[in-house]
Design a protein around this ligand. Structure first.
Ligand SMILES: *Cc1c(COP(=O)(O)O)cnc(C)c1O
Length: 361
């Protein structure tokens, strides 16, 4: 952040509320307008709305201020992931988590099948294993906690090792959000978000972002990502960008409640007789519980009244999902694993509902 940043020194909770507002002039609106336009009057800085839309900018400023860098909004989280993969030269190598968001893994697999790149799968919680895969690679792809296995990488160590090996590092920070982790400050080059999840927070839109550092190298990366966004057409709609900023305003209070409840659910689930394993990194609002096999997990998912059996995560409403119901999920994810996305309902209602469902496993 530069020294003339008007939000310097403010806490993240305040930045989430304050950044991306119109200038305070008498009579000015307190929220940005939505620009529904495909084109601009000639001779201005931008001609066409695939290149820029003023509605994206306040959202990008707010996400950038939380991550400590410059954000670019994309049409989806996967569009942001694809933009990062496009940084890899043809035939290059990507060191990637064995378990990761299934859409990311599918993207990598398709590009590998096309001969566009080589994938080197690693267990990202095993730093030695990751480091030995780095020589000659072009990109190290990480997730702050892997989806859905919740393995946590040592970001400062791996970012330093990658830099020493001349490998670009990208980290999908969707599960942690910038309130729990800022990968740029750990030395990561590009942060990726599915804004769809916690940042927007209401399961009512699909949107993504990349964030790069405010350094010469960071600005150069941002220019390449911006060019990819323009040429791939991977842009958000203005209404989605506006809604995402509206959702971001309450990120701190939503996340604080959800994290507190997630800790309680993780602790109590570990004591339930039907649960064979609980995966919980000690932070965040995603918890994975394992029961004995696919059928037991399906019975649990079918028996909840407050939790919805649905894919996705990060909304105000609690969701759970048996991940292996998707053919694309990694075969090493247990059949009986249920991913819980803890929302902001009352903790006791959530636990009571989950407990009675687990009783039927
Ligand atoms: C959902 C998700 C994505 C993909 O984001 P979309 O907005 O659905 O395209 C990427 N990474 C992680 C960790 C996710 O959970």
């Amino acid at each position: 952040m530069s020294s003339h940043d008007p939000h310097a020194g403010l806490h993240p909770a305040t930045r989430a509320v304050a950044v991306g507002r119109p200038d305070r002039r008498p009579g000015a609106p307190v929220n940005p307008p939505v620009a529904f336009t495909s084109t601009y009057v000639a001779d201005g800085p931008v001609d066409y709305a695939r290149v820029a839309n003023p509605t994206w900018e306040p959202l990008e400023e707010a996400i950038g201020a939380l991550e400590g860098g410059h954000a670019l909004a994309f049409g989806s989280g996967l569009a942001a992931v694809a933009a990062v993969l496009a940084l890899v030269p043809h035939g290059g190598a990507v060191v990637a988590p064995r378990h990761a968001y299934s859409g990311t893994l599918a993207n990598l697999a398709e590009r590998e099948a096309d001969g566009a790149l080589e994938v080197r799968p690693v267990d990202i919680a095993e730093a030695d294993q990751v480091e030995s895969a780095l020589p000659g690679a072009d990109l190290l792809l990480l997730e702050t906690a892997t989806n859905p296995m919740l393995e946590v990488p040592d970001l400062p160590r791996l970012a330093a090792a990658a830099r020493a090996a001349g490998v670009l590092t990208a980290c999908d920070n969707t599960f942690a959000t910038p309130l729990l982790c800022q990968p740029l400050s750990d030395g990561v080059d590009v942060v990726v978000h599915s804004v769809t999840k916690y940042l927007a927070g209401h399961s009512d839109l699909v949107l993504g972002a990349t964030v790069t550092a405010d350094t010469e190298a960071g600005r150069a990366l941002r220019a390449r990502l911006h060019r990819h966004r323009t040429l791939a057409g991977a842009i958000p709609g203005p209404m989605e960008a506006w809604l995402a900023l509206r959702g971001l305003r309450t990120l701190d209070v939503r996340l604080e409640r959800a994290c507190r409840t997630a800790a309680l659910v993780a602790e109590r689930a570990a004591g339930h007789p039907a649960v064979t394993r609980v995966r919980y990194p000690g932070w965040g609002a995603v918890v994975a519980v394992e029961v004995d096999g696919a059928e037991a997990a399906e019975r649990v998912a079918a028996a909840t009244r407050v939790w919805t059996h649905s894919t996705s995560l990060g909304g105000v409403e609690s969701q759970l999902e048996r991940r292996r119901r998707h053919a694309a999920e990694a075969a090493t994810v247990p059949e009986g694993l249920l991913r819980l996305s803890v929302g902001i309902e009352h903790a006791e209602d959530l636990w009571a509902d989950l407990a009675q469902a687990l009783d039927r496993a």
